[in-house]
Design a protein around this ligand. Sequence first.
Ligand SMILES: Nc1nc2c(c(=O)[nH]1)N[C@H]1C(S)=C(S)[C@@H](COP(=O)(O)O)O[C@H]1N2
Ligand SMILES: [Mo]
Length: 369
Amino acid sequence: MNSWGKRADMLVHEEAPFNAEPTSAALAASYLTPTDTFYSRNHGPIPTLDPATWRLEVDGLVDRSLRLSLQELQDRFEEHEVTATVQCAGNRRAGLIAVRNIPGEDPWRDGATSTAVWAGVRLADVLAAAGVTQGDAAADEVHVAFQAPDVSELARPSQAYGGSIPLTKATRPEVLLAWSMNGEALRPVHGAPLRVVVPGWIGARSVKWLERVVVRRGPSENYFQSVAYRLLPPDADPDAAGPGDGLSLGPIALNSAILSPADDSTVSAGTVLVDGYAFAGDGRQVARVDVSSDAGETWVQADLGRDRGPWAWRLWHAEVHLAAGDAVLVARAWDGTAAAQPSEAAQLWNPKGYVNNACPRARVHAVHR
Ligand SMILES: Nc1nc2c(c(=O)[nH]1)N[C@H]1C(S)=C(S)[C@@H](COP(=O)(O)O)O[C@H]1N2
Ligand SMILES: [Mo]
């Protein structure tokens, strides 16, 4: 175990703020990511909140403001569970950095994503108790903002972490205020005592250490909503970007990764097992995953593995046959709208390095053993 209860073989990008991802082998080992293996993404120090004195406030454009203890949340509202993959918008950034450098951002590989069973109450039920319902969400302009106490020095100016989602998403049944992860009490590193889980949307919206929910007109003005986590055009200067520049990132794009064999590894010639994950995002289904062992000339279809619903990934497996020599493995996921992953990371490069959903590649050297 190392810092924050994570396994010793985590790839730690930064100790403070703590940013770490599991190895591909650790991620591939189980459908649900054990909590000691789950990636951790932070923009400031991890707070330790006292659940006894902690309260959740709900206010803004509501009929009745609420102030609830954890016990009151648990007593007043029905408990629900969702199996959901959380995925950072910076997942697979290393593939963009290989195209052109991205200073000041962590070079996440394929592990800035993990899957857990989350339990808590529906945000929709808490909003309804404050008098806010889906009917108030006639337009996307009503947002539900989340506020946390962790102050990030990376923000300009430095400020506590926050963000928002439209009321149309906030009132959907999959969106939870969660106090439990993989059947255990939420740990401090993952947002104890309470975090938001917004399945299918970028991890940045699943605000940890939630203290306040504000119903408001328009998106949150928090730095992590209005400036960061926005997709800038390739020629933009990220240091000059201001509020509202670029595309706001919300729903996750179709993505996949090859978890085994590793890039640049040596394998035995003959039948080679290829493993990976695919995730469609925002409630879409992974419809098919193709795998090529000749750099994309020919493809076979992977077995998609177990299906725990649209909010979680599929762990796929394929067999390819390799003659001795070098080969390039490629994977390509398709979703239920028949959209496929873009082929080249070079087409996707952007100054903050978000949303690399290019087809993953792995070069392997097959030898007779
Ligand atoms: N309060 C707070 N919530 C936060 C963050 C943060 O820095 N502070 N990081 C966000 C980002 S960018 C991601 S990807 C997820 C990561 O969740 P995890 O650390 O539980 O894996 O938390 C989100 N929630
Ligand atoms: Mo993230």
